[in-house]
Ligand binder design. Structure first.
Ligand code: SAM
Length: 247
C-alpha cells in the first residue's frame, strides 16, 4: 500500500510532499520577508530574538541553522559567535537559500556558509555543532522525527537544539480570532501581496497539522535528548523547544 502524509489538510503520497513543499517556497521566496512582517505584524522578529537569547551561544561556537531560508537566525548567530565561530545556513530550497545569501550580503554579514540540504539527511559529521536551530521549518519536513534525530546526531555532547515553530494556543478566544485570521485573512493577503493564495492557505493548514507542544517535546526526547523544555510565545501561537544533548 502507498504511504501517505499530509500537505496542509490534503492527504498525499509521502514521496510527493518534498516537491510540493518546494513548489510553495519557490513561489514565495522573493516576497517571503515582506509577507513574514505583514502576516505576523512584525512579531516573527521578536520570536526569533527570543530564540537567539535562549540559545545563549558564545564567541567561537559552531552553529547550524536548518531550513534557514532568508537567514534571520543565521545573521543573529553570526554576530554572537564572531570571527572565531562558524555559522552554516542551510535550506532544501535553492530559491530561499539565494534570498538568504542576498540578505546577508546586503546587511554586511560575512563568513556565513551556505549549504543546500534536506533536514532529514544532514551532511555533517556526528558531534560537530554547539547549537542546531530550525525556525518555522520543521512543519514542512516530511519525516519530522528523522530530522530531529539528525539534529541530535550532529550536535556535540551538551549541545543545544532549538525548534521555533507555530504551535497550539489554549486560549479559546485567541484561537477563534487566530482561526479566522489564518483561514480568511492570510490567504487573502497572500493573493493581494504575493499573488499566491494557495501557498498561504497551505501555511495556515500546515500550522494546524503540526504536533502540539507536548507531542513535539516527546519527539525531542525520543531522539535521545537528555532534556527538553518549551517556552510558549504569544499565548502558544508559537513555541520554542530547547533540547540538550547528553554529555
Ligand atoms: N527559517 C526561516 C525563517 O524562520 O524565516 C525560513 C522558514 S520558512 C517558513 C520554511 C523553510 O523550510 C523554507 O525555506 C523551506 O525551503 C525549508 N524546508 C522545507 N522542507 C525542508 C527540508 N526537508 N529540509 C530543509 N529545509 C526545508
Amino acid at each position: 500500500m502507498q504511504k501517505t502524509t499530509h500537505f496542509g489538510f490534503k492527504d498525499i503520497a509521502t514521496e510527493d510532499k518534498q516537491d510540493m513543499v518546494r513548489g510553495v517556497f519557490d513561489s514565495v521566496a522573493n516576497k517571503y520577508d515582506l509577507m513574514n512582517d505583514v502576516l505576523s505584524f512584525g512579531a516573527h522578529r521578536l520570536w526569533k530574538h527570543y530564540a537567539i537569547n535562549v540559545a545563549n551561544v558564545k564567541t567561537g561556537d559552531k552553529v547550524l541553522d536548518i531550513a534557514g531560508g532568508t537567514g534571520d537566525l543565521a545573521r543573529a548567530f553570526a554576530q554572537k559567535v564572531g570571527d572565531s565561530g562558524q555559522v552554516v545556513l542551510t535550506d532544501i530550497n535553492a530559491a530561499m537559500l539565494n534570498e538568504g545569501r542576498k540578505n546577508l550580503i546586503d546587511k554586511g554579514t560575512c563568513g556565513v556558509q551556505f549549504v543546500q540540504l534536506n533536514g532529514e539527511q544532514i551532511a555533517f559529521a556526528d558531534n560537530s555543532f554547539d547549537c542546531v536551530s530550525i525556525a518555522f521549518g520543521l512543519r514542512n519536513v516530511t519525516d519530522k522525527q528523522q530530522c530531529i534525530n539528525e539534529m541530535h546526531r550532529v550536535l556535540k555532547p551538551g549541545g543545544c537544539l532549538l525548534i521555533l515553530e507555530f504551535s497550539k494556543t489554549d486560549n479559546a478566544l485567541l484561537e477563534k480570532f487566530y482561526d479566522f485570521y489564518s483561514f480568511k485573512v492570510m490567504p487573502e493577503l497572500g493573493k493581494i501581496i504575493a499573488n499566491d493564495e494557495e501557498s498561504y492557505r497551505y501555511l495556515a493548514e500546515s500550522i494546524r497539522k503540526h504536533p502540539d507542544q507536548e507531542t513535539l517535546k516527546k519527539m525531542v526526547l525520543d531522539a535521545q535528548f537528555a532534556l527538553c523544555e518549551y517556552h510558549n510565545l504569544s499565548g502558544g501561537i508559537v513555541a520554542l523547544h530547547k533540547g540538550i544533548k547528553a554529555q
